[in-house]
Design a protein around this ligand. Structure first.
Ligand SMILES: [Zn+2]
Length: 233
């Protein structure tokens, strides 16, 4: 009976992910996705409301596209059995003051007893040539760096539309990461200051692909953590 339900779950996940991604990774992830089941994950689309974040030359706003990526990511994670909370689900700020806004996001993670916190942002730089997603971590938790590397690895592996993404997971003292007592990373999904990347970031298919890669990183993170726990006994 148990064997049959595991088989049915795998068949379901394989079917689900087959349609969602063209990456060769999908089989591996369908098999491992159950490791995400029952985890509590907070997704934090950056900015919102009075704070639109970065803005591309053609007017694409960071607050809009990071919310879309977070929504796609929530669907992948929930499909694998995780409980997902978004810090915001529309174009709104969480407090009138920027620091209070960030504190409210941190508080939500505490209130729901989250296992993982992923903050999603989009980058901007004076030069229009910079491109590529990049994941940041700080030393708030011993697992944050490894989580950042898994997600960055999956993003590099899964997305090379603008050329090879040479960016690596990087240490950064972001306020929101520093204050969290759980594994947490901040993902800059790309540069709105690069016109080609801005155009990609505004497309649903590209947002979905970004979400898929982040999902792959999270699945690998939990798979590795589980193995570590088992061998540590
Ligand atoms: Zn931002």
């Amino acid at each position: 009976m148990r064997g049959l339900s595991v088989f049915l779950l795998l068949a379901l996940l394989l079917g689900l992910f087959y349609n969602l991604s063209t990456l060769p990774l999908r089989k591996e992830i369908a098999v491992l996705a159950s490791r995400v089941g029952q985890r509590i994950i907070v997704l934090d689309p950056g900015h919102g409301g009075f704070d639109g974040g970065a803005r591309g030359l053609s007017g694409v706003e960071e607050e809009e596209i990071v919310l879309e990526v977070a929504r796609y990511l929530a669907r992948y994670l929930e499909g694998a059995g995780a409980r997902v909370f978004l810090t915001r689900d529309e174009d709104e700020e969480l407090a009138e003051d920027k620091v209070e806004d960030l504190d409210a996001r941190i508080r939500l993670a505490e209130e729901v007893a989250a296992d993982l916190f992923l903050s999603i942002h989009a980058n901007s730089f004076p030069s229009p040539y910079e491109y590529g997603a990049q994941t940041f971590y700080c030393h708030n938790h011993s697992a944050s760096e490894a989580l950042a590397k898994e997600i960055q690895g999956a993003l590099v592996e899964g997305i090379d539309v603008l050329g090879y993404n040479y960016r690596e997971a990087q240490f950064a003292e972001y306020y929101i990461l520093r204050k969290l007592p759980i594994p947490a990373v901040l993902i800059e999904v790309g540069f709105l200051s690069n016109p080609r990347e801005e155009a990609l970031l505004s497309q649903g298919a590209y947002q979905k692909r970004l979400a898929w890669c982040i999902f792959v990183g999270v699945v690998r993170h939990f798979s590795r953590t589980d193995l570590g726990e088992e061998t540590g006994k």
